[in-house]
Design a protein around this ligand. Structure first.
Ligand code: PEP
Ligand code: MN
Length: 345
């Protein structure tokens, strides 16, 4: 980072700042301009962090502190010198030229509902099966998911269809049970900044789908990904699922599609879009999916149900199984426009 000194800064003040930087483990590089002195603190991310914690803004003679390196080092595009991360989930690739269609029920409700959905999405060419056993619900009185029994049903659906499973982990106490079934651990929007959960997912080494918090700027999403990557787990997908804005014409949130190209510029990680939670309404899901695919998303995670009107959770936004194949074909065509092919085993 760069420390810009005030025009009025004395030699002693400049020396004191340089000394503090060096004591924090970084190198202080002075550059004396015609009017002001700028001190570059040169070091790696950890040293940058310790320089940041010095609170140099308040130091006598300091005008301002300007960060230069991205604080998310491992998630940054620079870290892989522009090369994209391509995940391999049980033979299905995500990222690069591979487009992942992740589909399934919001919530595992019953054996029939889960198996019927899994078969329908498999037949339509889905890459991965989604389904929640542990559900983050706004109301504590709403159906909270089947828990362990839900995991068991997902395992059965996987055994029958061969589709790898994406399911949410909400609580570190459930990680062993979830790891038995999940090929990808979903971290929900509400847990994006649950740092102890992110750390455990990082330690597990299991691929993760990290959803953007409802009010999280993109740099906070990338810092959350950094918690997982930092534990030595390189398999992280970022997921845009709609954010809160001032717009209230829609039922829920606004899909931030600009996040797709921006995240892909800032990071090497695959970017997935969730049109279902963004829309909150079934009739918007197709157009948002097509737009996401055309914008270069590496995949879509979408909710499907055999009888959406009877769903215990998120029925209004779920696509019916009987038209899912048509939807999948349209998404595949849009992904092809962006140079991607649907990923299969
Ligand atoms: C979900 O995927 O079912 C879900 C609850 O998503 P989010 O965390 O994005 O709200
Ligand atoms: Mn849902």
């Amino acid at each position: 980072m760069m420390i810009v000194m005030k025009e009025s800064a004395t030699d002693e003040e400049i020396a004191a700042v340089a000394e503090k930087i060096e004591r924090a483990g970084a190198r202080a590089h002075r550059s004396q301009g015609a009017r002001v002195t700028v001190i570059g603190a040169i070091g790696d991310v950890e040293q940058d962090a310790s320089v940041e914690s010095l609170g140099l803004e308040g130091q006598p003679g300091v005008d301002r502190v300007v960060p230069i390196l991205k604080p998310y080092k491992l998630a940054s595009a620079q870290f892989r010198h522009g090369e994209r991360t391509v995940l391999d989930i049980d033979g299905r690739k995500v990222g690069g030229d591979h487009f992942a269609l992740i589909a399934g029920p919001c919530t595992v409700e019953s054996r029939e509902q889960t198996l019927e959905t899994a078969r329908a999405v498999r037949d339509a060419g889905a890459t991965l099966l989604r389904g929640g056993a542990y559900k983050p619900r706004t109301s504590p009185y709403a159906f909270q998911g089947l828990g362990q029994e839900g995991l068991r049903l997902l395992a059965e659906a996987k055994a029958e269809t061969g589709l790898p499973v994406v399911t949410e982990l909400m609580d570190v106490r459930d990680i062993d049970a979830v790891l038995e079934v999940a090929d990808v651990i979903q971290i929900g929007a509400r847990n994006m900044q649950n740092y102890s959960l992110l750390t455990e997912v990082g330690r597990s080494g299991r691929p993760a789908l990290l959803k953007r918090g409802l009010s999280a700027p993109l740099d906070e999403l990338l810092m959350a990904a950094e918690y997982i990557l930092k534990e030595g787990n390189p398999a992280v997908m970022l997921c845009e699922r709609g954010i809160r804005t001032f717009e209230n014409a829609y039922r829920r949130v606004t899909l931030d599609l600009m996040a797709v190209p921006i995240l892909k510029e800032l990071s090497h990680l695959p970017v997935i879009v969730d049109p279902s939670h963004a829309a909150g309404r079934r009739d918007l899901v197709l157009s948002l999916s097509l737009a996401a695919a055309a914008a270069g998303a590496d995949g879509i995670i979408v909710e499907v149900h055999p009888a959406p009107d009877e769903a215990l959770c998120d029925g209004p936004q779920s696509l019916p199984t009987d038209t899912f194949a048509e939807y999948a074909a349209a998404v595949e065509r849009a992904a092809a426009l962006a140079g991607k092919a649907l990923s299969a085993a």
